[in-house]
Design a binder for this molecule. Sequence first.
Ligand code: MRU
Length: 339
Amino acid sequence: MDGYSPIVFKDNDTFLILDQRKLPWKKEYINVKEVNDVCKAIKDMAVRGAPLIGITAAIGLYFGVKNSENWDEFEKKFNYSYDCLSKTRPTAVNLFFALNRLKEVKEEKKHVLPLHKLMKKLRATAIGIWEEQKGQDKRIGEFGSEYLKDKRSILTHCNTGTFATGGIGTALGIIKTMHKKGLLSLVYVNETRPYLQGIRLTAFELKNESVDYKIVTDNSCGMLFREGLVDAVIVGADRIARNGDTANKIGTYCLASMCKRHGITFVVAAPESTIDRTIDNLRQIPVEERSAEEVLKIGDKYFAPEGSKAIYYSFDLTDAKLIDAIITEKGVYEYPYRF
Ligand code: MRU
């Protein structure tokens, strides 16, 4: 997405976060002054998408410690920043993966390197996670486009593109790669209530790449599938357990179940860092519950009668047996999964 980098980090002091809540109408960056700004941007979904949350948190952690003048100050700031960032969003495991990469560097090099050199190493590690992600996205795009080469019409949910990874994207990266290879005829984009990541962000990215797409409401899959309009569904993931059970944007489980009923290929695309090898199955995945307000309102306006209650699970859990393939930068895994 030329001109729309979801984060900008330069000259060591400039850290900008694109406010995705304002897209596609307004291009506005949040100018990060301190680590609390990063925590707020992640919590309030100015920046989102599992891999990008991790990358942003890693740079945020470095940003939180970079001006420490001595080891004591460094240690205090590191702990504060780590704690604040790790409490922002619970489901996307990439957040913890990225923060722990920096923590490991700190533990390993703390009494080995002088403070300014450790700082450089932390900076390089944070930027390195972003660079790695770009490469992983490309490989996922290659593996995915090969696996799905006979599928012409794809449906996707939420946003898994540049605005979710900082690279070409995971599920959307596959779609972009298929388009470049001339394999695609049409992409159906689920609007993705209540944040509308599909209608606002995925549509914006597809338009930018000149991919033909149609936006559909989140509850359209039954009719689309019955009419034979969709060949495959590709989604991203926020956390994958060892047995392949997957947490992803609310609505994913319904899609996977309907795919099974209609014999439609259902694929999850994610970097290996989304696989949580410390948990066995979906029962151990923490599912973020966000404020009911976010469901009751559209933009600033309440649509429900005053006093209405709502429940907002940000993610749902899909059993591995509903997933035909999980595609990572290492290749294509097919059910049954043994991560
Ligand atoms: O709440 P979000 O917008 O952070 O949720 C994003 C998703 O569910 C994506 O599908 C997932 O993070 C994969 S992003 C490559």
